[in-house]
Design a binder for this molecule. Structure first.
Ligand code: NAP
Length: 248
């Protein structure tokens, strides 16, 4: 029996990177998994088959996380397919980095809408389902940058700091209904994106981390397994930093 056997989960932005690892680790632990993607259609369709191979129910939905009405439909479609939602992971996110002086209004709006408003969209839509079930675990993926800020990422840092405030507020509002709300804050995680960067630069980042390595998507996914599981039933309103002590 897996840590998530019998649970139904929805993970946004799972076509690649961290979200993909979360969906796979959830399926390995026995959860039925619905997930979303937007532009990576082939990768999304392939993941659905990969997840089904674990013997669980799996379905990918093409859905824009920043779209309020689409999120409402997504939650309805997921409940119709899985029969409920026990774990919601808001992982979909983007960066549009620039110094404040050069940052356009579009750069700002896009990042806030996809990273932060997306959390409002899905959490608002899933609340009724979780309240009826008298349980639920909401996991919002923030970032070390949301905790400490970062030059050249004021839009991203604001969106990720906003997620932390939102997560705590949801924990306070819904705690009496046995609905937990936590954030996971990854540090430097090595993904396809970082694999194409200059190795010397990346090694410099690794050297600056107390644990002397970048994190893996699986490191983040394991934290989500814990927060989604019954191993964490009295943990809510927290931000779990997964960063090799880089922010310590
Ligand atoms: P990634 O590899 O670029 O993957 C991002 C995922 O989000 C993709 O599946 C993408 O789907 C999806 N997505 C983007 N815009 C979307 C939208 N409007 N609607 C629905 N899905 C959308 O990124 P990652 O590195 O795995 O990051 C995942 C999360 O972790 C993000 O929230 C990020 O901010 C956070 N994080 C990452 C790191 C890191 O070092 N990698 C560190 C801290 C926090 P499509 O490709 O199909 O559009």
């Amino acid at each position: 029996m897996g840590l998530l056997t019998g649970k139904k989960a929805l993970v946004t932005g799972a076509s690649k990177g961290i979200g993909r690892s979360i969906a796979i680790r959830f399926a390995q632990e026995g959860a039925d998994v619905a997930f979303t993607y937007l532009s990576s259609v082939e990768k999304g369709e392939a993941l659905e088959k990969e997840l089904e191979a674990f013997g669980i129910k799996a379905k990918g939905f093409r859905s824009d996380a920043s779209d309020f009405a689409a999120a409402d439909k997504l939650i309805g479609d997921t409940v119709a397919f899985l029969g409920g939602i026990d774990i919601l992971v808001n992982n979909a996110g983007i960066t549009r980095d620039n110094l404040l002086m050069r940052m356009s209004e579009d750069n700002w709006d896009e990042v806030i809408n996809i990273n932060l408003k997306s959390c409002f969209n899905t959490v608002k839509a899933v609340t009724r389902t979780m309240m009826k079930a008298k349980s639920g675990s909401i996991i919002n993926i923030t970032s070390v940058v949301g905790v400490k800020g970062n030059a050249g990422q004021s839009n991203y840092a604001a969106s990720k700091a906003g997620i932390i405030g939102f997560t705590k507020s949801v924990a306070l509002e819904l705690g009496s209904r046995n609905i937990r709300s936590n954030a996971v804050a990854p540090g430097f995680i090595e993904t396809e994106m970082t694999a194409v960067l200059d190795e010397k630069v990346v090694q410099g980042w690794r050297d600056a981390i107390p644990m002397k390595r970048g994190g893996t998507p699986e490191d983040v996914a394991d934290a989500c397994v814990f927060l989604g599981s019954d191993m964490s039933t009295y943990i809510s309103g927290q931000t779990l930093e997964v960063n090799g002590a880089m922010n310590t």
